[in-house]
Design a protein around this ligand. Structure first.
Ligand code: AMP
Ligand code: ZN
Length: 119
């Protein structure tokens, strides 16, 4: 059923506490933790506690939780003092765009120059 935990999902296991993560923020509906392979000095992932395969699926099914994820991403940027220098929120969607974990997540990246357009 949509939104139910998936036994083979890495991020569902982080939500359940079955795999450790460096958690920096938590809300009723989301968890934010440091990316294990950071691509910038600050690289935090914000995920919904419910399982949906990508951000578009999440917002279609549970728009309030998608809004929570975006709010929490902005709060991470404030907590990490990125608001002044700027930061990027990224939703890789589909394997062709680099998505490797099929549980919706926002990357919050900052602390270095960020090229546009991204690669
Ligand atoms: P994506 O490629 O957009 O699906 O992003 C998945 C991200 O999850 C990558 O940036 C990985 O480095 C990150 N990642 C994978 N395993 C872990 C883990 N155990 N803890 C934290 N981040 C992880
Ligand atoms: Zn999941």
């Amino acid at each position: 059923m949509a939104g139910e935990p998936q036994a083979d999902c890495l991020f569902c296991k982080i939500v359940a506490g079955e795999i450790p993560a460096t958690i920096v923020r938590e809300s009723e509906t989301t968890v934010a933790f440091r990316d294990i392979n950071p691509q910038a000095p600050t690289h935090v992932l914000v995920i919904p506690k419910v399982h949906h395969p990508d951000a578009a699926s999440l917002v279609a099914a549970e728009p309030q939780i998608a809004a929570d994820m975006l709010r929490e991403a902005g709060q991470v940027a404030l907590d990490e003092k990125l608001a002044g220098s700027g930061y990027r929120i990224v939703f890789n969607t589909g394997a062709g765009a680099g998505q490797t974990v099929f549980h919706a997540h926002a990357h919050v990246l900052g602390g270095r120059g960020l090229n546009w357009p991204p690669g």
